[in-house]
Design a protein around this ligand. Structure first.
Ligand SMILES: [Cu+2]
Length: 159
């Protein structure tokens, strides 16, 4: 009887501890505004997801991984100027400043969707899962939209 009580108490304590640890997770501090995936013509097998990530916390958080069911590969990318040409390259993480935001937008940071499993239809939703530096994660539902007249940066990615 006595042993049972101790076990129960230990379980309650560990649950409470885990609960508070997760409550302070990065995912709880981050929100995603206006997430969308760029609609691409049939035959184009890569596209990208854009959004504004906002950090309500007083310390920096980082997206270290992204995943989605619509493409075989998902990467975090940025654009850099190389010899007067805009080029995309994979990056390890996207930092979201304390009480600040990180803009994922055409010509800048983005989540790259490589090797689409099937063509994406406008209006369709792609659930993008972002994983943060502490292992917490968040699902962001991105709507497939036609590009609003931005540049054609995606073309340089090849494939
Ligand atoms: Cu890219």
């Amino acid at each position: 009887m006595h042993g049972m009580k101790l076990l129960t108490l230990a379980a309650v304590l560990s649950t409470a501890f885990a609960g508070s640890a997760w409550a302070a997770g990065a995912a709880d501090s981050i929100s995603a505004d206006q997430p969308y995936v760029r609609a691409v013509p049939p035959g184009q097998s890569t596209t990208a997801a854009f959004m504004v990530l906002k950090n309500a916390d007083s310390k920096v958080h980082s997206v270290v991984k992204a995943a989605n069911p619509a493409s075989k590969v998902t990467e975090l990318h940025t654009h850099t100027m190389e010899g007067g040409m805009m080029k995309m390259r994979p990056i390890k993480q996207i930092d979201i400043p304390a009480k600040g935001e990180a803009k994922l937008e055409p010509g800048g940071l983005h989540v790259m969707l490589i090797d689409l499993k099937k063509p994406l239809k406008e209006g369709e939703t792609v659930p993008v899962t972002l994983t943060f530096e502490d292992g917490s994660s968040k699902q962001v539902d991105a709507t497939v939209k036609m590009p609003g007249g931005e540049g054609q940066g995606m073309k340089m990615h090849g494939k």
